[in-house]
Ligand binder design. Structure first.
Ligand code: C5P
Length: 220
């Protein structure tokens, strides 16, 4: 129906940061609030979709009990939950700020302070979105890019490399865009070369803009 454009659609969304353990009490994380992903989940649910939301550590509550919220900590846990759920969805949106690196060895005991420098060896985490791009069959796949330089060129590179249908670009150069804020300013780059620019809006409105484009692509 026109009122529920995502009725009968299943959508997977990743959101929030990941925490990568250093020892039992410390981790490597980032400032992602999870707001953008939770707004997308709420909007997709309101549009009639069956939503699975895989969220890293965030204080945000589940926007609606109908949303299947899976809370995880690490990139590895997010990867496993995403890969398990991906085969049965019509679309996936990767809005999570996944840590690119994790400590190679997780200490079993709290690391003691000693004289001199401490060296932590880091290894790459799995790129969840790239893995979904490899597994992709009929699914529509959407990613995010947060760039500080050569934004459009870098985002296009990711769109192609990760086998996406479109990528949402937000620039940290725009005041009010990105981490921790309630507003965002985005451009959408499509795999057919089109680019759409949007103004500064609330993350709720931005979620609506993104879903509108997803609905168009799903109906093509
Ligand atoms: O390559 P980059 O990290 O800039 O790509 C950002 C996009 O890839 C976002 O959609 C993010 O959710 C996703 N990503 C991911 N797993 C990673 C790193 C990024 O899903 N390990």
């Amino acid at each position: 129906s026109e009122n529920l454009p995502l009725r009968n659609k299943k959508i997977l969304i990743t959101a929030g940061p990941t925490y990568e353990a250093i020892d039992p009490v410390r981790f490597i994380g980032n400032h992602s609030s999870g707001k953008m992903g939770f707004e997308l989940a709420a909007a997709a649910n309101a549009a009639g979709a069956k939503v699975t939301l895989i969220a890293g550590p965030t204080h945000l509550e589940n926007p609606d009990p109908a949303i299947n919220l899976i809370r995880v900590q690490s990139a590895q846990e997010m990867y496993e939950a995403a890969m398990e759920n991906f085969p049965e969805v019509n679309a996936a949106i990767a809005a999570a700020a996944v840590s690119d690196y994790r400590p190679k060895n997780v200490e079993n005991q709290k690391i003691k302070k000693e004289a001199g420098n401490l060296h932590l060896e880091l290894e790459p985490t799995p790129d969840i979105l790239a893995a979904l791009g490899k597994e992709k069959k009929e699914q529509i796949l959407v990613g995010f890019a947060l760039e500080t330089e050569n934004e459009v060129q870098n985002a296009r590179g990711k769109l192609e490399k990760k086998n996406l249908d479109f990528i949402v670009l937000n620039s940290l150069n725009d005041p009010g865009a990105g981490f921790k804020t309630d507003t965002n300013k985005i451009s959408i780059l499509f795999s057919d070369g089109r680019k759409m620019d949007f103004g500064l809006k609330s993350k709720k409105e931005v979620a609506g803009d993104i879903l509108k484009e997803l609905i168009v692509v799903l109906n093509e």
